[in-house]
Design a protein. Structure first.
Length: 119
């Protein structure tokens, strides 16, 4: 029996929950690279302003051949949360239909074992 993770409504606010494993690994590597850079700046006693960090982040993304966003987008946070909530409501119905609890799994195993014993 593997542990099944049910997606909760609170999970929809954190996009990384829906990334594929290779996408999460890529995000991890990018984060480590950025933190290494920040640590180097601290060791070298270089004061960085917010604009410096924005510029450094853009350069890092460009160096890693990643897309640098030029604006904050066209969809507000509230619109995105509303859409995510609507999609979650649809998803939840399907998740609930497909979910098998650990108690149901144990009962299933018990019934199978008892059938074998009767034969």
């Amino acid at each position: 029996m593997g542990k099944i993770h049910l997606t909760e409504k609170s999970d929809i606010e954190i996009a990384k929950n829906y990334l594929k494993e290779d996408e999460i690994k890529g995000l991890e590597r990018l984060t480590i690279t950025f933190l290494d850079y920040a640590e180097d700046m601290a060791y070298e006693n270089k004061v960085m302003t917010m604009n410096d960090w924005i510029h450094a982040t853009d350069e890092l993304l460009t160096f890693r051949k990643k897309q640098v966003l030029e604006c904050s987008g066209k969809i507000s946070h509230n619109q995105a949360m509303q859409k995510a909530s609507e999609e979650y409501s649809k998803f939840r119905i399907r998740q609930d239909e497909e979910y098998i609890s650990s108690m149901d799994e144990l009962l299933g195993q018990y019934l199978i074992e008892n059938q074998k014993k009767k034969k």
